[in-house]
Structures are given as C-alpha cells and as structure tokens.
Design a protein around this ligand. Structure first.
Ligand code: TYM
Length: 323
C-alpha cells in the first residue's frame, strides 16, 4: 500500500508581481520539496484585498503569480495550484478560528501593526484578521510543513497556537504545522536600503528585483545597489548588510558558499563583485522570465489548470470540525 505523503501548503499575495525575495525565501524551497510532499500552492487573493486593489490589476497579478510558480520550477502535474478565493473552505474555517483568537493575540502581530499604521485612512478589519485567514489556509489542508520566509514566522506561531487550542477544547482535529524557514535567504533585503526587507510594493523600483525584469534592468539595479564603504568582499550581515545581501543573491545563483565567494574575490573590489552578481542574476532569472512570458501568453491553459486545482483543493479540506 502506498504511504501518504506529508502535506505542504504555502502561498503568495498577488498585490504586485513576483520578485526575487519570493523566489529565494519561498518558491525555490517549494521546488526542492515538491517530490517528497503532497503540495498545495495558492495565489492568496483574499489576502490582497486587505489593501484596496484595482480589480483588473488584481486579476492580472493573480495569473502572473500562478504562471510565475510554474516558470520557477513548480510542476503542475505534481502540485495542486489554485486561487484562494475559489475554495470557500478557507473563509469558512476562518470564522471558527476567529472565535478562538484573542484580541490581544491578534493585535500583537507585527505585520498588522506596520500595515495599519501605513494605511491608517483605509484601515479595515481585514488587516487585523488576516493572520487568522492565513491560519485557516494552512489548517484546512492538515499541512505538516509551511515553507515561508522569515517575515511569516509570527503568523506560523499563531497558526500553531490556534491548532493546539482548538485540539484541546474540542478533540484532536488539526495537524500542528511546522514552519520551514530556509537557513539562507529567508529575508532578502532592499537593494536601496539594506536595513529594510525587499518588498514587492516598495515605491522605489530600484529597490526590488522583479522576476520579469530585463537583463539590463537586473544589471543596473545590482550596480546601483546600496553597499557600505568597505573594500573587501566579506560576509557580515550585522555590519555590512548591503554587501551581505548581494552575497546571498550570488550564493543562490551560483551555489557557492560564502567562504568560496570570499576566496573568489580576494584582491578585487565592489565594482568587480557587483558585475559578477549582475551576470549571475541574469543567468538565474532569464530562463524564468522567458518561461513566464511563454506561459502567460496562454491564459486559457492557466485558468483551466487553476480550476482543476480549485476542485481538488475543494474536496480535500477538513471543515466538518464542530460536530
Ligand atoms: P507574501 O506574499 O508577502 O510573501 C510570499 C512569500 O515570500 C516570502 N518573502 C520573502 N522571503 C525572503 N525575503 C523577502 N524579502 C521576502 N518577501 C516575501 C514570504 O515570507 C512568503 O513566504 N500572508 C502571506 C501569504 C499567505 C501564506 C498563507 C503563506 C497567505 N496564506 C499560508 C503561507 C501559508 C504573504 O502575504 O506573503
């Protein structure tokens, strides 16, 4: 008899296009794990509407992200790809979990505090409740593992707490999921302000490497990346965050360790290093961009695939939880 594989669930919010932080912090780990797990990867459109969206753009970004998953190496034959809002069980379970979440617990979430301050005029209850929706996304599939970047750690802790609380008050119902946070690249920093996380919504275009950036844009963004005033190439996240961030990009693109990179650039300066990083990133990102453009030219294929994914996701969840 075939043994059941453990389950992975993860997703990305389509509030803009995919960028290199998503790839390094999340998608490349999904690709590495897709053979050993039963995988559910969604486009989290319900999360995107916590901030006011232009509907046409939201639809475009939703398909962009689904195509991006495949372009990055997710195999739709092995993994279930779907749009979150197409599977109503996510919001159904959210309600039950909302009733198990303390007000203080939800108010403590760092992302809630940041987002509500930034958008104080368009602040809404969704921004407050969104980590509970995220918990439901995970628990409804009985996920064992959730591969994410470092910024989602707190949401994963909340998810685990809610699962344990529910299991204690009712009966053992939910799998308590483990986060998978990669040892390197869990927090790729802005190219313009290395103290800040790289973000898809940064107002400064130069701060973010988007997965569909042209070769020239990639080279130019790396060349203009803010670094410190040192001269040698040495990994030191605390004192030289800009340089260390570029070393992490180079490490991802080439597979070389930080020690190997330091050795490679002995006697060379930031100029030569940045040029090498630019070329390595072009080498990594060009095939992804080319495959993305190809996939994106066939929206019918993407819609069909996502409809099939939504159907499988719809029949998988565990929602009969209260009686
Ligand atoms: P989102 O869309 O902000 O980010 C998607 C994934 O990319 C990772 N990430 C990064 N990793 C490294 N460096 C960065 N600069 C960087 N920026 C983003 C994030 O950690 C994340 O893994 N709420 C989630 C989406 C979501 C979800 C879920 C994830 C909804 N439901 C259930 C996992 C499980 C979000 O907005 O991620």
């Amino acid at each position: 008899m075939e043994t059941k594989k453990p389950v992975i669930l993860s997703g990305i919010t389509p509030s803009n296009k995919l960028m290199i932080g998503h790839y390094i912090g999340a998608i490349r780990n999904w690709v590495a794990l897709q053979n050993e797990y039963e995988c559910f990867f969604m486009v989290a459109d319900l999360h995107a509407i916590t901030v006011r969206q232009n509907p046409a753009e939201l639809r475009r970004h939703t398909l962009d992200i689904a195509a991006g998953y495949i372009a990055c190496g997710i195999d739709p034959e092995k993994c279930v790809l779907f749009i979150q809002s197409h599977v109503p069980e996510h919001t159904q379970l959210t309600w039950a979990l909302t009733c198990f979440t303390g007000m203080g617990e939800a108010s403590k979430m760092t992302q809630y505090k940041d987002k509500s301050q930034k958008n104080s005029e368009s602040n809404n209850v969704g921004i407050f409740a969104y980590p509970i929706l995220m918990a439901a996304d995970i628990l409804v599939y009985q996920a064992d593992l959730v591969p994410v970047g470092d910024d989602q750690k707190q949401h994963l802790e909340l998810t685990r707490n809610l699962a344990e609380r529910f299991n204690f008050h009712y009966s053992p119902t939910f799998t308590v999921p483990e986060p998978f946070i990669p040892p390197t690249g869990a927090r790729i920093m802005s190219l313009q302000d290395p103290m800040k996380k790289m973000s898809k919504s940064d107002e400064n275009e130069k701060a973010t490497l988007f997965l569909d950036d042209s070769d020239d844009a990639i080279r130019s963004k790396i060349k203009r990346a803010v670094t410190d005033s040192g001269t040698d190439i040495r990994f030191d996240e605390k004192n030289r965050p800009g340089l260390s961030n570029l070393m992490t990009l180079y490490h991802t693109a080439t597979g070389r360790t930080f020690a190997e990179i330091e050795k490679e650039f002995i006697g060379l300066g930031y100029g030569e290093f940045k040029e090498a990083v630019g070329e390595a990133m072009v080498g990594l990102m060009r095939p992804i961009r080319e495959r993305f453009i190809e996939l994106r030219s066939d929206p019918t294929m993407l819609h069909d695939l996502l409809a099939k994914g939504a159907f499988i996701s719809h029949i998988t969840p565990c929602t009969n939880i209260l009686c």
